[in-house]
Design a binder for this molecule. Sequence first.
Ligand SMILES: [Zn+2]
Length: 123
Amino acid sequence: MAPGESPKDKGGQPGFVSAALSGLCPRCGAKTLFAEPAGLADQCANCGLDILALERGGRFVGVVTMLLALVLIIAALAVDEWLRPPLWTTFLFWGPVTVGSVVFGLRFYKTMWVYHQYEERAQ
Ligand SMILES: [Zn+2]
């Protein structure tokens, strides 16, 4: 990767964080990148960019999910040890936190991957 290379530096392209949160297409900036909360669309509904082809090779998604889950489990155990909350609050709190973190982790990871692939092909 060239120094200073990031989506933010390119004129007209959205910032990476907003791109990941809103699921913005790397080519046209429409909110078409995700068909599901953590699932990429096959192609951009606005400009027809082949997102599926860009996603190919993103083999580390499973590793990212496992690492996230591991971090969350350790965090959950640490909080449990520290506060000793009743069991139901543990489930009430960590259920949504785990699901939310995994979904957002995957969104960031997939957005990063697709943007990276898109920039590589654009050169
Ligand atoms: Zn597009």
